[in-house]
Ligand binder design. Structure first.
Ligand code: PHB
Length: 390
């Protein structure tokens, strides 16, 4: 729209006032189906950011256009992203819950002159697929490395690893193995499950049979993680004293009411806990709870989306609303701010977020609800997976 000469002339005649435009942001995520709650958290984070910071940047009005992708579906992600760019004229692409969906849209970015802000997808290599990718979530390398140290330092020496067989699972497996072996432990067996697995009893049997003292697990948050943690409990592994180690995807806050006592005491490492004690988080939780309706549904994709909007607003500010992906991305390289999760920086080399990773334990509050209680901080963690991704 900005390129309309007549409009520019009219603006000039009106005294050189910059012309107000609508800048569209296309958000791709799971808004229906089994992972709908994760997409609902994207929207809650975006709504919270816009409620607190307004829906304009300079003279420009920001409009969010959502596209639904219920499960990992790279062909559909590419088609939706293309449609957003070509038909809707979005200047930014954002969202992307699943790695394959983010990966599939990266080839469009340079040609379309559009930055992509990844609000969840956590495989290290995504940022290497295009210079226009910036990520405000986490990687499973980043979140699974500290739990390996926690496991070994806690006295566990033999672990079996169980992950979903796709990008973030393969990364999580490698991260845990690297960290645990470096500490002096051994991964005795590594199982990769198809992403669609929903009967975990046979896996639980294999864990028991392995003779390992503990299990390391990664699955993408949603019905998958709820089913896995339930099965761990119901198949008697918890009672048998098998230790449980995982990144925080496995105990997301929105799963805790359904897990109840089964989750109590589970330790995970992650970039965000809804209970994080800071003024910034209090402000965020209040706004995001209002946006989502039921505060018990709040989970980590909301903070990835909230910070993703911060990055997009900074990009729009830096470009004065003009479509210039290179300039937009350059403007946020090295950007630091206080996120609801703690202090963060966009690493200028990788364009991935540097952040604290917290060891948390599921605890019971006085009102009987369960929450992730932060008990240790691993400060300013970059992504150890980027060397592996090259
Ligand atoms: C991913 O597909 O990259 C992904 C999805 C959900 C998670 C973590 C990673 O909880």
């Amino acid at each position: 729209m900005k390129k309309f000469a007549i409009a520019a002339l009219a603006a000039a005649l009106m005294g050189g006032v910059a012309q107000a435009d609508t800048i569209k942001v296309g958000v791709v995520g799971p808004f229906s189906g089994p992972f709908a709650l994760q997409g609902k958290n994207f929207k809650a984070g975006i709504d919270a950011y816009m409620a607190l910071n307004g829906s304009t940047v300079g003279d420009d009005t920001i409009e969010i256009i959502y596209r639904d992708i219920p499960t990992a579906d790279p062909a559909q992600s590419k088609a939706l992203s293309q449609e957003l760019v070509v038909k809707e004229g979005v200047q930014y692409l954002a969202g992307f819950y699943f790695t394959p969906d983010a990966m599939a849209a990266t080839p469009l970015l340079e040609q379309a002159n559009v930055p992509m802000v990844v609000m969840n997808a956590a495989t290290s290599a995504i940022v290497t697929k295009s210079p226009f990718v910036v990520r405000t979530s986490f990687t499973t390398w980043q979140t699974s490395t500290p739990i390996a140290k926690v496991a070994f330092d806690g006295g566990t020496k033999k672990v079996i690893s169980v992950v979903s067989d796709y990008g973030p699972g393969v990364d999580a497996e490698a991260a845990f193995k690297a960290g645990f072996e470096k500490a002096g432990g051994a991964v005795v067996e590594a199982i990769r499950m198809p992403l669609q697995t929903n009967d975990f009893s046979p896996i639980m049997q294999r864990i028991k049979d392995s003779g390992a003292e503990g299990v390391f697990a990664f699955l993408p948050s949603g019905p998958t993680t709820l089913g896995f943690v339930k099965a761990f409990n119901e198949n008697g592994l918890k009672d048998a004293g098998i230790k449980f180690f995982a990144p925080g995807d496995l105990t997301q806050e929105s799963d805790l009411p359904a897990l109840g006592e089964a989750a109590l005491g589970l330790q995970t490492t992650f970039h965000y806990a809804v209970s994080h004690d800071s003024a910034e988080n209090k402000k965020f939780v209040e706004a995001a709870a209002k946006a989502i309706g039921n505060p018990a549904e709040l989970s980590f994709p909301a903070v990835g989306a909230y910070d993703g909007m911060h990055v997009i607003y900074k990009m729009i500010e830096a470009t004065g609303g003009e479509q210039d992906a290179a300039k937009a991305v350059d403007a946020v390289k090295g950007l630091s701010w206080e996120s609801p999760r703690g202090p963060v920086t966009i690493d200028p080399e990788s364009r991935h977020i540097t952040q604290n990773i917290y060891l948390r334990e599921v605890a019971k509050a006085e009102d009987g609800t369960y929450y992730n209680k932060e008990i240790q901080t691993f400060e300013k963690q970059g992504d150890p997976g980027l060397a592996a991704a090259k």
